[in-house]
Design a protein around this ligand. Structure first.
Ligand code: CA
Length: 533
């Protein structure tokens, strides 16, 4: 009898131990959050003390990047652990095949409690979640609608605060304390059109930001893809929709649009005109509208008094400042709200056994190369912020410069949770890097492939390979041009050295590696044809 008792307690003990060994996962992702707008990476633009804390108490990756710099494809890669050409979600247009295995489904099967709140932007409801409330498509910043498992709902307030309220509410009321959790807490901010809360809108309107070195890039020394892209702050950013200049009359609106060169996407927006501008007010109540109008009136007054007398260069700077004021104001709300969730973990004894990840679905141009938006393999949209905290596992405050990708997330989380990864996932678990076992990490370059062309912003189709030293890019479809950058001597990627004699040996090596990587990852010209429309 005594032996049975011992056996019984041993089994209980083992099961308690294995529960303890399975960490909770809190995955925080924002939409279009550039690493340049996180003070752990650079404090030139904004202070983000709460997000920074994750790196201060964990690890910061300085060479983390995406496989395809656009929203839905990045999310598909994160969920499936596969490149776009295999998971099929190559751009925001092609549908996602929901019969595919995604890592949250594996977590749910393995006994994790799973929940998702915020922006999925996928065209489908998420699979593998016990609870979710997600924004339909891009969603709204003000008084947003949410799609739920059982019913849809409209919640009053500002989207970043609401997504956090939903997340905290789930922790307080729905979390099953006998199970580990996987929480995906996904912000809509700072996605275009960068609408801050009324309070942050007023606060950030008073600020002025330093100009990026390449704001007036003339796109010389590079492929034609740079100069033909339609995401230039001066030429393509909308005074009304983006810069929030509020015309009092139709006549004023006509005056306002005269100065801007409209091309591609913007012709369509111009047609939509006032509707696009009035977008948040379609949803605002009187009180919210009143608060916004105070700042909008100041913007309008400033615009009217200065714009007619400005040079093109001054106009670019004016629009850049307006852009940064709003973009960074939305980030400030994200940071405040991340702080609320981190505080909850701490106050409820969840800090030690929870892995916290902060990232974005891609990077973003904050005036570098004169641009806003993303899509290109150039640093600012190719790289992502990646900060991970895992107490007692990750040495606090370390930085890692290995080439890691969003492709690696699924296998990392699965390994941390002791769940077997499907064989067809294409990434690598980052666990060795988190534990400081860098010698076990063998990858010297990553692969990238962007598809969405012709489409908004007109960034041409391209694929490429990136190591710590070099970046090799091939633009195809309607052009056939190559670029080669020396990342060490030319961090701003201004000079294409593809034809320079002294780079021919390095170039030839990178070309061979590119062929090899395409083969390993099962990408090919034939497969690219499948995704042409
Ligand atoms: Ca995005």
């Amino acid at each position: 009898m005594k032996n049975y008792f011992i056996l019984f307690f041993m089994i209980i003990g083992v099961s308690v131990l294995s529960q303890e060994n399975r960490p909770n996962i809190l995955f925080i992702m924002s939409d279009d959050h550039a690493y340049q707008a996180i003070s752990a990476y650079s404090d030139k633009l904004i202070q983000t003390p709460n997000i920074d804390k994750i790196a201060e108490e964990g690890i910061l990756f300085s060479n983390a990047c995406v496989t395809n710099s656009i929203c839905a494809p990045s999310r598909a890669t994160i969920l499936t652990g596969k490149f776009s050409h295999l998971n099929g979600k190559v751009d925001n247009i092609f549908p996602f095949d929901t019969t595919q295995m995604t890592f949250p489904q594996l977590f749910q099967k393995a006994g994790y409690q799973t929940a998702m709140f915020g922006k999925l932007h996928f065209g489908n409801n998420p699979k593998g979640f016990d609870d979710f409330l997600i924004l339909p498509g891009q969603g709204h910043y003000i008084n947003p609608k949410f799609i739920g498992k059982e019913k849809d709902t409209i919640i009053s307030g500002y989207v970043t605060d609401i997504i956090t309220d939903l997340t905290l509410n789930w922790f307080k009321k729905k979390r099953n304390k006998d199970k580990p959790f996987l929480m995906m807490y996904l912000h809509k901010a700072p996605h275009r059109a960068w609408w801050p809360s009324p309070e942050k809108f007023a606060e950030f309107y008073e600020k002025e930001f330093p100009l990026p070195e390449t704001l007036f890039d003339d796109y010389s020394n590079r492929s034609s893809a740079s100069s033909s892209a339609e995401m230039n702050i001066f030429k393509h950013m909308q005074l009304m929709q983006d810069n929030k200049v509020y015309p009092q009359t139709i006549q004023e609106m006509g005056e306002m649009v005269k100065d801007i060169t409209y091309t591609g996407e913007n012709r369509e927006i111009r047609k939509a005109g006032a509707w696009e501008f009035n977008y948040p007010f379609k949803r605002a109540n009187k009180d919210q509208e009143e608060k916004y109008r105070k700042t909008l009136d100041k913007i309008s007054f400033d615009f009217k008094s200065k714009w007619p007398h400005m040079s093109d260069q001054e106009k670019t700077i004016w629009k850049y400042q307006r852009y940064m004021q709003d973009y960074l104001a939305t980030i400030s709300s994200v940071d405040d709200n991340v702080g609320r969730v981190l505080d909850y973990l701490k106050d409820n004894g969840l800090e030690n056994n929870t892995i916290v990840i902060y990232t974005s679905d891609q990077g973003f141009y904050l005036g570098e190369h004169g641009w806003f938006d993303k899509r290109f393999i150039y640093n600012e949209s190719f790289k992502i912020p990646l900060l991970i905290r895992w107490p007692n596992k990750i040495v606090p405050g370390i930085t890692n410069d290995e080439m890691v990708q969003n492709l690696d997330f699924a296998q990392t989380f699965l390994e941390a949770a002791k769940i077997k990864s499907p064989k067809d996932m294409q990434g690598k678990s980052l666990i060795p890097l988190l534990l400081g076992e860098n010698r076990k990490w063998k990858r010297d370059a990553v692969y990238y492939h962007y598809y969405e062309f012709p489409s908004v912003h007109m960034v041409k189709r391209h694929y490429g390979i990136v190591s710590k030293e070099y970046k090799l890019v091939h633009y195809y479809y309607d052009i056939n041009e190559w670029e080669f950058f020396d990342r060490k001597t030319d961090p701003n990627e201004l000079v294409n050295v593809y034809n320079e004699p002294k780079y021919q040996i390095a170039l030839s090596k990178m070309k061979k590696k590119l062929v090899k990587l395409r083969k390993i990852y099962k990408d090919s010209d034939e497969l690219s044809q499948k995704y042409i429309y």
